[in-house]
Design a protein around this ligand. Structure first.
Ligand code: FES
Length: 252
């Protein structure tokens, strides 16, 4: 039995980098209950308009490449089922919080610079361990639970796109970078606490967050950047007032 198809109109906001103008083009497409926004766009590209630029890779919500704005909401195109949107017409736009390169493809250079600015890696004092590893640094289940929920970030940029502060204060480092700062800070193997928190203790860092919570609502992996930022705020306040943070680490 063949799948029932429905015709819908898709408005795609496209950007021409040569003329520096946005143009909205409307395409008519047939979709069924399995159609995702990404497969629909690829269908348009294959059969109607080969000039349409889209970025994607895994098609399964892993790589984070296909982030865009669908019917006003920042989302992963490959994970968004067209029928689930329950709308006869769709509007697809590039992300707004990132510079647009062409059509639905945005520039991530600044995004990764911000990510890098919080030193998103394990910082240790015993750097000779890097070159002559002599033991394992085991963790208890509790130690793992401190950071695991924040380690699922796929760097899709959706949280940054949804953040009202990033979109009004370009110096704010943003929810993705801050959630990853917490992910490493909370890791019992990390010893970069002071080094990392110093750079975060500012209006460009955690104190720029106004706790709108939109970052957490759009994360396709269930990471909660808003929570991570509030936890970082609490740790910084404890450090400033009491000279120490929450005790949670025991490296075996
Ligand atoms: Fe990889 Fe959508 S194509 S997350």
């Amino acid at each position: 039995m063949s799948e029932q198809k429905t015709k819908i109109n898709v408005k795609v906001k496209r950007f021409d980098p040569e003329k520096r103008v946005f143009v909205t083009k409307t395409y008519e497409v047939e979709v069924d209950r399995f159609t995702t926004v990404l497969s629909m766009l690829l269908e348009i590209k294959q059969w109607q308009d080969p000039t349409l630029s889209i970025r994607y890779s895994c098609r399964m919500g892993i790589c984070g490449s296909c982030a865009m704005v669908v019917n006003g909401k920042p989302t992963l195109a490959c994970e968004t089922n067209v029928f689930s949107l329950a709308a006869s017409d769709l509007t697809v736009e590039p992300m707004r919080g990132h510079p647009v390169l062409r059509d639905l493809v945005t520039d991530f250079e600044d995004f990764f610079e911000r990510h890098k600015s919080v030193s998103p890696w394990l910082i240790r004092k015993d750097i000779e361990e890097k070159f002559r590893a002599e033991k394992e640094y085991t963790q208890t289940r509790t130690e793992l639970d401190y950071y695991l929920p924040f380690s699922y970030c796929i760097k899709c940029g959706l949280c940054v796109d949804a953040c009202p502060v990033v979109n009004t204060n370009p110096k704010f480092v943003g929810p993705q970078a801050l959630s990853q700062a917490y992910r490493y800070y909370a890791d019992s193997r990390d010893e970069g606490l002071t080094q990392r928190l110093e750079s975060l203790d500012s209006l460009e860092g955690v104190w720029g967050c106004e706790f709108a919570g939109s970052c957490s609502r759009v994360c396709p992996k269930g990471v909660d950047p808003a929570l991570a930022i509030q936890l970082l705020k609490a740790e910084i306040a404890k450090l400033r007032i009491f000279g120490k943070t929450t005790e949670k680490r025991s490296i075996s």
